[in-house]
Design a protein around this ligand. Structure first.
Ligand SMILES: Cc1cc2nc3c(=O)[nH]c(=O)nc-3n(C[C@H](O)[C@H](O)[C@H](O)COP(=O)(O)OP(=O)(O)OC[C@H]3O[C@@H](n4cnc5c(N)ncnc54)[C@H](O)[C@@H]3O)c2cc1C
Length: 361
C-alpha cells in the first residue's frame, strides 16, 4: 500500500493530526502504532481541558481557540461512542494559600479572557457553589473548562477517522527506512507500506527514532487513581488544586496526578497513591474515609524546556516531520496544534512561533 502521510503514534497528537489532514485534503493517510490507540500518555482515564494553567491560573497559549476547537472535535465524534466522552461542567481552582490567591486574582484580572470565560470568586462565593472545598481567600472559576474521558474520545475519534477513509495498523512492530525519496515500513506479517511523508507523533518515545534523538524532550511520569464512593461524589465540576479531581460518573472519580521527574519504571506504585491521597484530602478533607480505590494508572508525559509543544520538519531529512512535547496540556492543545500543523503540511502556512520546532534551532 502507498500513502501520502504515515502518522507514527496513535495518541492525542497522532489522531488529531489525522483528523485535520483528512478533513482538509483527499490525501491517503495511515496511522500506525506499535502498541495501539492511546497506549501512551493519552491513556489517562480523565483529562481536564483547563485554559487557566499552572499554580497561578495563567492563561494558556491561544486558550479560547484551543478550547473551542477541542469542543468542536468532541462534539463531532461523540456519536461514534455509546458512552459520554466529555462534560462541559467547568473547572474550579481553589487557592491553597493567600499568596497563591493574590497571584491568581491578579492573573485573572489582567489577562484578556473573553467575557465570562474565567473569573475570580471570593471565598464566600466559592463556598456557596462548592461547599466543603478547602480554599483560602477564594479561587478561580473557569466555566468553559471541560472534563474528557480521553481513551473514550480517542476510540470515538479513531472510528470517525476509519469511516472517513483513514487506515490504521495497531499493535504491530515495524522497521522504518528511507530510500529514493520514499519511506518504507517493513511489517514482516503483511506487505510493505510505502509513504511519501512520515510524521512522528510518538510522545516521549519520539526520541527512539534515531533521526529525532536530539529533541529537547524530558520525561515526566504521572500517576492517577480511580476511586469509588458510596455517596454521590459532591461536585459536578472538576477541581484543579494540588492536582485534579473529577467525576467519571456520580459514584466514581479520578484523582491525580504525580509529576515524577526521576523514576525507575513506568508502573503505578504505593508511593504515588499516597501522594495523590494526601493532596486530595487537603483539598477535599470531607472525603476522608468515604472512598475506595478501584484502579491506578500511570503514563509518561513528554515535556519541553518552555513547557510548550512543538511541530515542524526535520532540518535535514525530506518528508520527515514531528508533532510532540505536549507535556501536561496535551488534551487542551491537541486540536489547535494539529490544525495549524495540517495547514502547514498541506499548504505551507506558518506555524505559530510559540509552538514551532524552529524555536529550538
Ligand atoms: C497522568 C497524566 C495526566 C494528564 N492529564 C492531562 C490533563 O488533565 N489535561 C491535559 O491537557 N493533558 C493531560 N495530560 C497530558 C496528555 O495526556 C499528553 O500531553 C498527551 O497524551 C500526549 O499525547 P501524544 O499523542 O503526544 O503522546 P502519547 O499519548 O504518549 O502517544 C504516543 C503514541 O506513540 C506510540 N509509539 C509510536 N512509536 C513508538 C515506539 N517506537 N515505541 C513505543 N511507542 C510508540 C505509543 O504507543 C503511543 O500510543 C496528562 C498526562 C498524564 C500522564
Amino acid at each position: 500500500m502507498k500513502y501520502d502521510f504515515c502518522i507514527i503514534g496513535a495518541g492525542l497528537a497522532g489522531l488529531s493530526l489525522a483528523k485535520e489532514l483528512s478533513s482538509l485534503s483527499n490525501t491517503k493517510i495511515l496511522v500506525i502504532d506499535p502498541l495501539g490507540i492511546g497506549k501512551g500518555a493519552s491513556g489517562s482515564p480523565i483529562g481536564l481541558a483547563n485554559p487557566a494553567t499552572g499554580r497561578y491560573a495563567t492563561k494558556s497559549w491561544k486558550a479560547e481557540e484551543s478550547l473551542n476547537l477541542l469542543e468542536e472535535n468532541l462534539e463531532k465524534v461523540s456519536s461514534f461512542s455509546t458512552e459520554k466522552i466529555f462534560s462541559k461542567s467547568g473547572i474550579v481552582r481553589p487557592a491553597m494559600d493567600s499568596k497563591i490567591a493574590k497571584r491568581m486574582k491578579e492573573n485573572v484580572e489582567t489577562s484578556d479572557w473573553s467575557d465570562g470565560s474565567c473569573k475570580w470568586l471570593s471565598e464566600k462565593e466559592l463556598h456557596n457553589n462548592f461547599p466543603d472545598l478547602f480554599c483560602i481567600d477564594g479561587g478561580v472559576w473557569v466555566p468553559s473548562g471541560m472534563t474528557v474521558a480521553i481513551p473514550k474520545y480517542l476510540d470515538a475519534l479513531a472510528s470517525y477517522l476509519k469511516v472517513s477513509g483513514v487506515d490504521f495498523i495497531e499493535g504491530i512492530n515495524f522497521d522504518l527506512r528511507k530510500s529514493n525519496n520514499a519511506w518504507f515500513l517493513d511489517l514482516k506479517s503483511t506487505n510493505e507500506i510505502e509513504a511519501n511523508h512520515i510524521v512522528i507523533t510518538a510522545g516521549i518515545k519520539s526520541t527512539r527514532y534515531d533521526f529525532w534523538k536530539d529533541l529537547p524532550l524530558h520525561p515526566v511520569k504521572g500517576q492517577v487513581a480511580v476511586f469509588k464512593t458510596e455517596q454521590k461524589f459532591p461536585y459536578r465540576s472538576a477541581i484543579s488544586a494540588l492536582g485534579y479531581f473529577a467525576g467519571i460518573d456520580p459514584y466514581t472519580f479520578v484523582a491525580g496526578s504525580t509529576y515524577e521527574h526521576k523514576f525507575a519504571n513506568e508502573e503505578t506504585d504505593r508511593k504515588g497513591l499516597a501522594y495523590i491521597e494526601d493532596r486530595m484530602l487537603r483539598v477535599m478533607p470531607h472525603m476522608e474515609g468515604k472512598y475506595k480505590l478501584i484502579q491506578q494508572w500511570a503514563g509518561v508525559r513528554a515535556s519541553t524546556p518552555d513547557r510548550k509543544p512543538f511541530a515542524g520538519d526535520h532540518p535535514h531529512i525530506e518528508g520527515c516531520s514531528i508533532l510532540a512535547g505536549l507535556g501536561s496540556k496535551g488534551l487542551l492543545y491537541s486540536s489547535l496544534l494539529a490544525k495549524e500543523f495540517a495547514h502547514y503540511l498541506l499548504e505551507g502556512t506558518a506555524i505559530s512561533p510559540e509552538v514551532s520546532l524552529n524555536r529550538f534551532n
